[in-house]
Design a protein around this ligand. Structure first.
Ligand SMILES: [Zn+2]
Length: 307
């Protein structure tokens, strides 16, 4: 429902712009508040405002409007790109100190704002999905550590231990079930699924080698340690899964594949699969209410492999 509302708002904004490009241009120069409101619908630029947030699941359905909406009137003043923070509640002073022509360098996404590198597998902001394989394909983390029987990146081990300790203390004990997987491990896993299920089904259950977030060493599959559930199926409805969803951000993680985000992430809900992005970023992700790294980082949705 949120998706529809947002899409409708975008379409309306686009019709206004395209229906009267000249009027919009004049408005861009004279009536800044109007322009900032229109800009606000520009989800493609990844505004971090709460008004954009609920649209994180709507990329697939609104690609054409998000791609085309800003361009018709944005050319001369480029004022449309100057108001990433112009949420409805933004104090007027922000808008008035943000005159159109001089603010071209204003960041339009968290990636730009914080100079994040979403391509480098050695960084904490890397995004791996069905359209973004790891480069180089057989990349390995330089430093691995172990938490229980599971290997993870060295910078993930400490936060993961803290998370596990807190889960026990707060009454929802979990443990690390699976962590780093090499390219070769993933290839064996994937091929065994292909043998068991056929390729089409295997693709639904397992990432192709080179496309798994586990290869970065930043992803961990968690499992309940309360003795009642020891498989992903029962974990999905467990109290532990709920505890994870509410608390992983405290330790620098996000739930990577949320329910309802398959069109964006390419995966069905996996409440056990957590991904480390660091404490500050995770705090922001949580506070702003994002539901996928793709949307948080203003990256295109990745519903399926390209070939
Ligand atoms: Zn996983």
């Amino acid at each position: 429902m949120e998706r529809l509302g947002e899409g409708e708002r975008r379409s309306l904004g686009f019709r206004i712009l395209s229906g009267s490009a000249l009027a919009a241009l004049i408005a861009a120069v004279i009536i800044t508040p109007v322009v900032t409101m229109i800009h606000h619908d520009d989800g493609a630029q990844g505004s971090s405002s709460s008004a954009f947030r609920p649209a994180s699941g709507s990329h697939a359905g609104s690609t054409s409007t998000t791609a085309t909406a800003p361009t018709p009137s944005a050319a001369p003043g480029t004022s449309l790109s100057t108001a990433p923070s112009a949420a409805p509640g933004t104090p007027p002073s922000t808008a008035t100190t943000d005159p159109a022509p001089t603010a071209n360098s204003a960041p339009t996404s968290v990636v730009e704002e914080l100079h994040l590198n979403v391509d480098d597998p050695a960084g904490l902001a890397v995004v791996v999905n069905k359209t973004r394989p790891i480069h180089p394909k057989k990349w390995k983390p330089a430093n691995l550590d172990h938490v229980g029987a599971v290997a993870v990146r060295e910078d993930v081990a400490g936060p993961l231990r803290k998370l596990i300790k807190a889960s026990v203390k707060e009454g929802y004990p979990v443990y690390a079930h699976s962590g780093y997987r090499s390219y070769q491990d993933q290839r064996s896993t994937f091929n065994s699924w292909v043998r068991q299920l056929g390729k089409a089904k295997a693709l639904e259950s397992s990432a192709k080698p080179g496309f798994s977030e586990h290869q970065t060493g930043l992803a961990v599959d968690m499992m309940s340690a309360d003795g009642h559930c020891n498989n992903f199926s029962c974990f999905t409805t467990s109290d532990q899964a709920q505890w994870l969803a509410k608390n992983v951000h405290r330790f620098g993680f996000v739930i990577r594949f949320e329910a309802g985000q398959t069109d964006v992430t390419g995966y069905e809900s996996e409440p056990w699969h957590i991904r480390y992005i660091g404490k500050d970023l995770a705090a922001r992700y949580e506070a702003e209410g994002w539901h996928s790294l793709e949307a948080f980082f203003s990256l295109p949705p990745a519903p399926d492999y390209l070939q």
